[in-house]
Write a protein that binds this ligand. Structure first.
Ligand SMILES: O=P([O-])(O)O[C@H]1O[C@H](COP(=O)(O)O)[C@@H](O)[C@H](O)[C@H]1O
Ligand SMILES: [Mg+2]
Length: 558
């Protein structure tokens, strides 16, 4: 069906939904606006389905959510005799409505539903799937994307987001569903009365908090008087992070008034992504006002966490790679000291995450596995260990995009777990008179001066998508012998080369002196991402290499 026909059909079928009907009427005659909403359907990317809120097949709305849920229900009913699911949601616009709509579709398909009765972190959904022995689960969230987005993360029975094979099968099942004719629905309240929909109890939440507590590494007697500013960025972290920190003795916590309450409009952080400085602005102001030691900021679904620490010259932001290596080293060090390092320990990172991790792994005798971008691939590795009865070998997983997990109790990145670890690590080094910046410097001395940078280039709409594809194709077919004058020693095309990993649209260039550039389109936002790494003899030299590469790629993406 072409865009115009789809548009007409949607006008007819969505008349009962005031918000959508109004939007469709408003774009009458605007062919670009119509095309943008109908030129494709939402598809699984790095972290589930994700799209702008609004009317159309390429938008997140009650129809696309219901269609996805019907498809997922068909898949579950095929795979399991008596399927059940867990549902979570964050603070985004319509996350709760979509969660209830999805619950009603599952219920109408005879699938038992366990749904949180208030917003909860994404990792708590991963936990609930495992705790309640569900066949799968979903979270309504677009993670850290801007406020105009929402999304739909899908989980398997192991509590891990579905990976390649399952995603393909579920996508096929979804594609077969007509959103207007094929979706079964029941009344949410009625299904609650009938017991096919249940609220997830406090006991599950308590067990989740207890599981996170098992990740604690700090020995008795360490001073925990760390002054912390914690901001949930108007998201789900408020439900778990303060409680977790307090239960572990970190009681000196200030939460910024503006960002404490759930609010999907994110009025003071329109792009609620701890990776970007702008999102930390309010938190930094509160940190300065209260002269706090540490700032922690979790994204709306509380699976990633950003941090800044007080130094003599103000607050220093710690990047995802920096925090990853700090935590990885800390986990290894403490487990060795506590006598809890398992035999043949395993850590997992993504291919776009700093190669410095390999040096740390080698130092501690940890096997380090590299996987494609997406924490689901880290969770998948834990699942593979679990199948062999060896889940305890997993000690840490991380990715440069501020995602960390130090235990097998959940299968997605966990910012509650990571917030606790960061506070413990901070207190541990503070007790030795060191800041995290000092420790980072020590790690550079020991393992090499790795510097990294992520470049993101925005490409909106159908035209942007085509431009991104052509940039990738051009780079793939005319593989450069040098980048910004730095020799390319070899390169990997993850789409066509045999890497042992699933095929993926990623190009990786290994440059002279251990520098690297990895290029890939984002699977969650209309962006092209370039991940740069340099490893020179000092940090300044590494920064110069990064700067040169940055200028080159900025020119390239124009
Ligand atoms: O968005 P989240 O926090 O659910 O996280 C998901 O998306 C991020 C961005 O992916 P992309 O680079 O494809 O945009 C990935 O780094 C992450 O591994 C994945 O779990
Ligand atoms: Mg997130």
């Amino acid at each position: 069906m072409n865009c115009m026909d789809s548009y007409q059909l949607w006008i007819e079928k969505t008349a009962g939904e005031a918000e959508l009907a109004e939007e469709l009427t408003a774009i009458n005659g605007d062919s670009a606006a119509i095309e943008d909403r109908f030129y494709k359907e939402l598809e699984f990317g790095t972290g589930g389905l994700r799209g702008v809120l609004g009317a159309g097949t390429n938008r997140m709305n009650v129809f696309t959510v219901s269609k996805a849920t019907q498809g997922y229900s068909n898949y579950l009913n095929q795979q399991f005799e008596k399927p059940s699911v867990a549902i979570g949601y964050d603070s985004r616009i319509h996350s709760d409505d979509f969660a209830r709509a999805a619950a009603a579709v599952f219920a109408a398909n005879g699938i038992q539903v366990h749904i949180y009765d208030h917003l909860m972190p994404t990792p708590a959904l991963s936990f609930a799937v495992r705790d309640l022995h569900c066949s799968g689960g979903i979270v309504l969230t677009a993670s850290h994307n801007p406020a105009k987005y929402n999304g739909y993360k899908v989980y398997g029975a192991d509590g891990c987001q579905i990976t390649t094979e399952a995603a393909k099968a579920i996508q096929t099942a979804i594609n077969e569903v007509d959103p207007f004719d094929d979706v079964k629905r029941t009344d949410f309240e009625l299904a609650m009365e009938n017991g096919i929909i249940n609220y997830i109890g406090e006991d599950t939440i308590d067990r989740y908090q207890a599981a996170v507590s098992t990740a604690s590494l700090l020995p008795e007697g360490i001073d925990k008087n760390v002054a912390i500013v914690y901001t949930p960025l108007n998201g789900a972290g408020i439900s778990c992070v303060p409680r977790c920190l307090k239960e572990h003795g970190f009681t000196n916590i200030t939460i910024p008034d503006e960002q404490k309450n759930p609010d999907g409009h994110f009025p003071t952080c329109p792009y609620p992504n701890p990776e970007v400085r702008e999102a930390l602005k309010v938190g930094l102001r509160w940190a300065e006002k209260t002269q706090s030691d540490l700032l922690l900021a979790t994204d709306p679904d509380c699976d990633r966490v950003g941090a800044a620490v007080k130094t003599t010259s103000g607050y220093t932001l710690i990047s995802g790679n920096q925090m990853g290596v700090l935590l990885f080293d800390f986990v290894c060090k403490m487990r060795q000291a506590n006598g809890t390092m398992p035999k043949n320990p395993v850590a997992v990172k993504t291919i776009v995450t700093t190669p410095m991790a390999a040096k740390i792994a080698e130092h501690y005798g940890v096997q380090l596995i590299d996987v494609l971008t997406g924490f689901k691939f880290i969770g998948e590795q834990i699942g593979l260990l679990e199948k062999k009865g060896e889940a305890d070998r997993y000690i840490f997983g991380f990715e440069e995009s501020y995602g960390y997990l130090s235990g097998s109790f959940v299968r997605d990145k966990d910012a509650v777990n990571a917030s606790l670890l960061i506070c413990e690590m901070f207190a541990w080094y503070k007790s030795q008179g060191k800041s995290l910046v000092d420790v980072l410097e020590e790690l550079y001395q020991e393992y090499g001066c790795y510097e990294s940078k992520l470049l993101s280039f925005q490409f909106e709409g159908a035209d942007g998508f085509a431009k991104m594809q052509s940039l990738m194709t051009e780079l793939r077919t005319n593989r450069p012998a040098e980048l910004a004058g730095i020799a390319v020693e070899c390169s990997i095309d993850y789409l066509n080369d045999d890497t042992g990993l699933p095929k993926s649209n990623v190009l990786r260039f290994f440059l002279k002196n251990g520098a690297e550039a990895v290029v890939r389109p984002s699977g969650t936002e209309p962006k092209l991402k370039v991940y740069l790494t340099a490893a020179e003899k000092d940090i300044t030299a590494s920064q110069i290499v990064i700067h040169t590469l940055k200028e080159f790629f900025e020119q390239w993406a124009r």
